[in-house]
Write a protein that binds this ligand. Structure first.
Ligand code: AMP
Ligand code: MG
Length: 408
C-alpha cells in the first residue's frame, strides 16, 4: 500500500497540463493564464480629473484669488486651450485636464460655479490634488498577467480596459462524476427499504466547481458490468472521471475491473490513510487513431466523507496540475491546534476541521466526527487536519498540516 506522499508524487508525475487555448476574455473567469500579458498602453491614458470641479495651476490658488473660466468640459470632451496664469477650465470626474493643470479645485470649494470669474472658499491647494496622472496606475510594457494566474473579475476588467479581447488559458478541466451502487436513488427520490440517496454526486459536483473545473454529472451506475461499462465510457470523454463507490473489497466492487477492461491503466490503488484507504487512480491515454482523449480517473471510496477528503487531498491537486498550478499553492497550511486531540490506529487521519485564517495566524479545530459515513459531523467543517499516527495525544498549540477548503 502506498503512503499519501507517494500517491501525491504519482499524481504529479502522471498529470500533464492541458493544452493552452485562446479564450474570449468575457468567458475567461475561473481559467488560469498560460501566457503573460503586458500593458499595451498607460492607465489612465491622459491626466484626468478625479473630482467634479475646476482644473487649476496650484500656485494660482492664493487667498482672495479670482480665476477666469475659459472652457467648460464634461467627461469625454477634450480641452482646446492650455491653462495660463489666472485661468481655469471646468471639468467633470474623468475629464482630460488641460496642459498646465496640476490640481483640481472641487466644485464644493467654489462660491458660484456658474460665474465667469470664480472666487474660492479655499486659500491654497497642494500640487497633484484631485488629478490622476497618465500612467499612474499602469505603464505601457508592465506585466499585468502572469502565467498560472487566476482570471477573475478584477483582472478581466483590467484586460478589458486595455482592449484585450482574448487570453491564452490553460483549459478548465471537464470532470465527469459517476456514482455507483445498487443501493442508491437520486437525491430527489424517496429511498425504498435498504436504499440511500446519492449524496456524493451533488457533493462532488460542488467540489469540482469549487476547484475550478466544469462538472459533468453522469448519474448512477448500477453494480453490473453492463451499466458500469456504458456509463464509464461516457465519463471517459471528459478530462477527468470521478467514480464514487465500488473500489473496496466487496463482492460487487467491480470498478477496478471495468476500468481495466476499458483501457484505463492503474497508477495506484489503496493509500495508507483514514478515511479513504480504497482510493484508486489511473489514466486512460489519448489515442489519436481511435479519436480518444486522455482521461484521468479517480475511483473514490463510496463513503461520503472518504470521497470528500480524497477529493480535497488528491483530485484537487490533480486538477490544479492540469491547469499548471504548482509550488506553494499546493502545500498545506501550518495551523495551530486549538484543542488537544487523540488519534487512534496506525494510519494518518484526515480529520474534518474548522480552519480559520486571520492574517498570518492559522488555527484549526477538529470537528466532532465519528468516521467516514458521518456527513453530519463533516458538514461543520471548512477544512481538514492531517494527524500522522502517534501514541500520545496531540496537544493544544501544536502545529499541524491543515487545509482550508473555503472561508466561512
Ligand atoms: P462502496 O465504496 O461502494 O463499498 O460504498 C461504501 C459506502 O458508501 C456504502 O455504505 C454506500 O452505501 C455508501 N455510498 C456509496 N456511494 C454513495 C453515494 N453516491 N452517496 C452516498 N453514499 C454512498
Ligand atoms: Mg458500492
Amino acid at each position: 500500500m502506498h503512503t499519501v506522499v507517494e500517491a501525491l508524487q504519482a499524481i504529479d508525475r502522471t498529470i500533464k497540463p492541458g493544452i493552452p487555448r485562446e479564450v474570449p476574455v468575457f468567458q475567461s473567469a475561473g481559467s488560469r493564464a498560460a501566457e503573460p500579458i503586458e500593458a499595451c498602453s498607460d492607465s489612465p491614458p491622459f491626466d484626468k480629473a478625479l473630482m467634479d470641479g475646476f482644473a487649476v495651476r496650484s500656485q494660482d490658488i492664493q487667498p482672495n484669488v479670482t480665476l477666469r473660466v475659459q472652457e467648460r468640459l464634461t467627461a469625454g470632451q477634450v480641452p482646446k486651450l492650455p491653462l495660463s496664469p489666472g485661468v481655469t477650465t471646468q471639468v467633470m470626474t474623468g475629464t482630460q485636464v488641460p496642459d498646465g493643470t496640476d490640481a483640481v479645485v472641487r466644485v464644493e470649494d467654489v462660491n458660484d460655479p456658474e460665474a465667469e470669474e470664480l472666487t474660492l472658499s479655499i486659500s491654497s491647494l497642494a500640487a497633484g490634488r484631485n488629478v490622476f496622472h497618465r500612467g499612474e496606475s499602469m505603464q505601457t510594457g508592465e506585466t499585468i498577467l502572469k502565467p498560472g494566474e487566476l482570471l477573475e473579475f478584477p483582472k478581466i476588467a483590467l484586460l478589458a480596459e486595455l482592449g484585450v479581447m482574448s487570453v491564452s488559458c490553460f483549459p478548465r478541466p471537464t470532470v465527469s462524476v459517476l456514482a455507483t451502487g445498487d443501493e442508491l436513488v437520486p437525491a430527489n427520490q424517496q429511498p425504498g427499504p435498504g436504499q440511500i440517496r446519492n449524496s456524493n454526486e451533488p457533493m462532488l459536483v460542488a467540489q469540482v466547481a469549487n476547484a475550478g473545473g466544469i462538472p459533468q454529472p453522469v448519474g448512477i451506475a448500477r453494480d453490473t458490468e453492463e451499466d458500469l461499462r456504458e456509463k464509464i465510457a461516457t465519463g471517459l470523454e471528459s478530462d477527468f472521471l470521478l467514480l464514487s463507490g465500488g473500489v473496496s473489497a466487496g463482492v460487487l466492487d467491480l470498478v477496478p475491473k471495468m476500468l481495466a477492461e476499458l483501457g484505463v491503466q492503474q497508477v495506484f490503488h489503496k493509500v495508507q490513510m483514514k478515511p479513504g484507504k480504497p482510493i484508486w487512480f489511473g489514466l486512460r491515454s489519448a489515442n489519436p487513431d481511435e479519436g480518444t482523449n486522455a482521461c484521468y480517473v479517480f475511483g473514490l471510496p463510496g463513503n461520503p466523507v472518504s470521497s470528500m477528503v480524497c477529493f480535497e487531498l488528491f483530485v484537487r491537486r490533480a486538477m490544479a496540475r492540469f491547469q499548471k498550478v504548482g509550488g506553494m499553492d499546493l502545500e498545506p497550511l501550518q495551523a495551530r491546534l486549538t484543542q488537544p486531540h487523540l488519534v487512534k490506529g496506525d494510519r494518518p487521519v484526515y480529520h474534518p476541521a474548522r480552519v480559520s485564517i486571520a492574517g498570518s495566524e492559522v488555527t484549526a479545530r477538529p470537528v466532532r466526527w465519528v468516521g467516514s459515513a458521518d456527513l453530519r459531523g463533516a458538514a461543520e467543517a471548512n477544512g481538514m487536519i492531517a494527524f500522522p499516527p502517534r501514541s500520545d495525544s496531540y496537544e493544544a498549540d501544536e502545529f499541524v498540516d491543515a487545509w482550508c477548503w473555503f472561508q466561512r
